[in-house]
Design a protein around this ligand. Structure first.
Ligand code: ZN
Length: 96
């Protein structure tokens, strides 16, 4: 059983995950977890895709609504500040 380079934090080597072999060997820049069984995980990509789809469906809703609320608050604050500055400026011009 060949031991390929361990690079925790890097992406899993796709070919290694599917077949437990990697033609790049020591020069491969991806991670090769030792727990992958002999012969690889044939449905590895499907599992990954399922996780990604789950994240895409459930995460952005919260993130997008959070971002929109904060963006609106920033716009309201900026508008208030600009309005106040405009009135101060026009007041100063009138009384000079
Ligand atoms: Zn590899």
């Amino acid at each position: 059983m060949t031991i390929y380079p361990q690079r925790p934090g890097e992406k899993d080597c796709a070919h290694y995950m599917l077949t437990r072999t990697c033609k790049f060997g020591d020069s491969c820049k991806f991670d090769h977890p030792v727990w992958v069984p002999e012969g690889g995980i044939p449905d590895w990509k499907e599992v990954t895709v399922a996780i990604i789809i789950t994240i895409i469906i459930f995460m952005p809703m919260k993130i997008i609504s959070y971002c929109i609320v904060h963006l609106l608050l920033v716009i309201v604050k900026l508008t208030c500040i600009l309005t106040i500055l405009y009135f101060i400026e026009s007041y100063r011009v009138k009384h000079m």
